[in-house]
Write a protein that binds this ligand. Structure first.
Ligand code: HEC
Length: 195
C-alpha cells in the first residue's frame, strides 16, 4: 500500500515537474530572445577574430583564420549555450555550410524580404515544429553583407585572394555579393523534449 502511495506521489511530482519544464521550454518568446543573444555573441566573436586577422596579416592571413577557426568557434559557442549552431548560405563557400531544405526556404524568404525593403539587421525567423516525434525550436538570423565583407565575398576580389580561396574552396559559391545583400544566416536549433 505504501509502495503504491509512493509511486503515486512520485509520479504526480514528475507530472507537475514535466509540465512545468514544458511550459518553460515552450515559451517561444523567451527562447527566441535567448537565440538572438547567442547570435549576437557568436557574430561578435567571429567578427573580432576576422578583424584581428586582417589587421595582423591582411586578407590572406584572414582567409586562413576563417578556414581554420570559423567551425571550431561555432562549435564552442554551441557547446556553451547547449544549442545546435551553424552558418548557412544559398551561395556557400564551405560545403559544410549548405542549408537544409527548411533553411533554404527561410534564406529565400530573407532575400525576398530584403528586396521589399526590410532591414536585414533585425531580420529573423522562429518556429517550433514536431521533428522525429519531438518538439524542436528553429531559429534563423540574417547576416548582412557589409563593406568589409567584399574583400572576400564581393565582385572584384584581388587575384591573390581569389587564388587562395580557389585552393581552399574549389566549390566556392560565395562571391559576387554587393553591400546590403543577405550573405547568409545563423541557424540555431534545440530539441525541447524535457524527459
Ligand atoms: C578575409 C576573407 C573574408 C572576409 C573579409 C569575410 N569572409 Fe566570410 N568567409 C571567408 C571564408 C574563408 C569562409 C569559409 C569559412 C569556413 O571554412 O567555414 C567564409 C564563410 C562565411 C560564411 C558561411 C557561409 C559560407 O559561405 O560558407 C558567412 C555567412 C560569411 N562568411 C559571412 C561574412 C560576412 C558577413 C563578412 C563581413 C563582415 C565576411 N564573411 C567577411 C572569408 C572571408
Amino acid at each position: 500500500m505504501s509502495i503504491l502511495k509512493n509511486i503515486l506521489i512520485s509520479s504526480t511530482i514528475m507530472l507537475v515537474y514535466n509540465s512545468y519544464g514544458y511550459a518553460n521550454d515552450f515559451d517561444q518568446n523567451s527562447i527566441t530572445n535567448e537565440a538572438k543573444t547567442i547570435s549576437k555573441i557568436f557574430m561578435k566573436t567571429l567578427k573580432s577574430e576576422l578583424k584581428q586577422a586582417m589587421v595582423t596579416g591582411g586578407p590572406l592571413n584572414a582567409i586562413e583564420v576563417c578556414n581554420t577557426k570559423a567551425i571550431p568557434i561555432t562549435e564552442e559557442v554551441a557547446r556553451n549555450y547547449n544549442v545546435k549552431l551553424r552558418r548557412v548560405s544559398l551561395k556557400n563557400r564551405n560545403p559544410d555550410n549548405t542549408p537544409t531544405l527548411w533553411q533554404k526556404a527561410v534564406l529565400e524568404n530573407f532575400d525576398n524580404r530584403t528586396k521589399k525593403g526590410e532591414n536585414i539587421k533585425t531580420m529573423h525567423f522562429s518556429e517550433i515544429v514536431e521533428y522525429n516525434g519531438k518538439k524542436q525550436f528553429r531559429f534563423m538570423k540574417a547576416i548582412p553583407t557589409g563593406d568589409g565583407c567584399l574583400v572576400c565575398h564581393g565582385a572584384n576580389i584581388a587575384p591573390i585572394v581569389q587564388e587562395k580561396l580557389a585552393k581552399l574552396y574549389p566549390e566556392d559559391k560565395a562571391t559576387g555579393y554587393k553591400k546590403g545583400q543577405v550573405r547568409g544566416a545563423i541557424v540555431i536549433t534545440k530539441g525541447l523534449t524535457t524527459n
